[in-house]
Ligand binder design. Structure first.
Ligand code: ADP
Length: 165
């Protein structure tokens, strides 16, 4: 059986930074499960269904990739799916502290599951779903930071968003 990793995140929405991590993750693992983690009590811009649809739209036709959603404890999902690793991306120092704590907690919960980090592609250092949403909501263009199909969905949410840089 090949090696499977779970790539969890909120993906609200999926960005080119996420896609870079997914592509590079496929160079290491045989299969990758992109897992939309959600908290039913927290609000998000896009529903889980919309996020799933957007991800499916950009990863078409790769049998090694699948998309799922989950609101429980990540490590339980990883065990149930028989994955060996959690894949995460690292951007700035601010990511580091949180990711470090998360990885240590997950390791405490199950020592057999490793967290593998990929350093961000330099183009995507500042590519962050939250900042993208903020800029788009204020009318700024985020072209080039998200796939064009996602750009269209953002335009529906934020009609004043500009289309180019
Ligand atoms: P965000 O932090 O942009 O809201 P997520 O919570 O969906 O995104 O992040 C899921 C995972 O992807 C995290 O490990 C996060 O550090 C990583 N990630 C997000 N954007 C990037 C990026 N531009 N480059 C590298 N990793 C990223």
């Amino acid at each position: 059986m090949g090696k499977t990793a779970v790539y969890p995140g909120s993906f609200d929405p999926i960005t080119n930074g996420h896609i870079d991590i997914i592509k590079r993750g496929l160079g290491i693992f045989d299969t990758l499960i992109i897992l939309i983690g959600y908290n039913p009590n927290k609000s998000s811009l896009f529903s889980v269904e919309e996020r799933t649809e957007m991800i499916r739209g950009v990863i078409v036709d790769d049998k090694r990739l699948s998309v799922d959603s989950y609101s429980g404890l990540l490590i339980d999902y990883v065990k149930d799916s028989e994955a060996c690793c959690i894949l995460r991306g690292l951007r700035a120092m601010s990511d580091f502290e949180y990711e470090f704590q998360l990885a240590l907690m997950n390791r405490r919960l199950d020592r057999r599951v490793e967290t593998v980090f990929l350093m961000t592609g330099s183009k995507w250092f500042y590519c962050n779903s939250r900042i993208i949403k903020e800029a788009a909501s204020l009318g700024g263009s985020v072209k080039g930071m998200v796939p064009d199909s996602v750009l269209k969905k953002l335009k529906v949410k934020f009609p004043t968003m500009k289309n180019n840089n």
